[in-house]
Write a protein that binds this ligand. Structure first.
Ligand code: OAD
Length: 241
């Protein structure tokens, strides 16, 4: 059992307004590699080639081949006990807001509704000409690079480095952070802005800031409480299974 303070359990028991921000560590126990650790997504690949508009313009086939493989890997993954604990918690608490940087869709698969997606969705495609986006869960994709009915190339509906976040999602997330009385930062290295600013916004607005991670991060000194442990283990302990 992870070390959780009586104060935090008391705040949750009193029904305080809770918001949570999740990152790649949330899905680690589901078998989804994180970004920055050994064996992570970026370990053997160049970020510049695979996750920037420039890399896509240069070689869309290569970028799509990589995304097709990620979609294949992730479609074989299932939500873990942490995703399920958050989904159950959200069902009991209408005021709860869940914000994620993950594009794997595992919060929705676990049953969480209204998740704020900051970095998009791996199983959606967007037309490079019309800007319209739609779900596409086919694995593997029948054609690489895939094309829109209008003939233009489709791209993954995710946020790449150097791109702005979906405006509505960031606004909603900032509002949720500002209104929260308890803010949980879960499984994120807390270095990629603007998402990394959300725990800071919450803290400045008076929230009790809790970090759940297997190790300390740049956010740890700001947190009121750091719970060291895997999210899939800590969250059921914290929120009830
Ligand atoms: P990172 O890979 O940077 O960080 C993962 C964090 O999860 C690290 O702090 C780990 O210590 C922690 N961690 C690992 N296993 C864990 C576990 N079982 N339980 C709890 N924590 C664990 O991933 P993110 O912070 O999500 O952006 O990265 C943020 C963004 O950078 C991503 O959304 C992506 C990436 O580049 C875009 O694609 C735009």
């Amino acid at each position: 059992m992870a070390a959780i303070s009586a104060r935090l359990l008391d705040l949750l028991a009193r029904g305080r307004r809770v918001a949570a921000l999740t990152g790649a560590g949330m899905s680690a126990e589901s078998g989804v590699p994180t970004f920055r650790s050994a064996g992570g997504f970026w370990e053997n690949e160049s970020l510049e080639d695979l996750a920037t508009p420039r890399g896509f313009a240069r070689d869309p086939r290569r970028v799509w081949a990589w995304y097709d493989e990620r979609r294949r890997q992730i479609s074989a993954c299932a939500p873990n006990a942490g995703h399920l604990a958050l989904a159950r918690f959200g069902r009991d608490r209408p005021g709860f807001r869940l914000i994620t940087q993950n594009v794997d869709g595992l919060h929705a698969s676990a049953g969480s509704a209204g998740v704020i997606l900051l970095h998009g969705d791996l199983f959606r495609v967007r037309c490079t000409k019309e800007g319209t986006s739609r779900e596409d869960r086919r694995v593997p994709l029948p054609e690489i690079p895939p094309r829109c009915a209008c003939g233009a190339m489709l791209r993954p509906d995710v946020v790449w480095f150097g791109e702005v976040l979906p405006e509505g999602a960031m606004r909603e997330a900032t509002e949720a952070a500002r209104r929260s009385e308890v803010f949980l930062s879960i499984g994120t290295s807390a270095v990629v802005y603007p998402a990394a600013a959300l725990p800071e916004v919450a803290k400045r607005s008076g929230a009790y800031l809790v970090e759940i991670n297997v190790e300390e991060t740049p956010l740890s000194p700001l947190a009121d409480e750091v719970i060291l442990g895997p999210a899939a283990q800590v969250l059921p302990d914290l929120l009830g299974t």
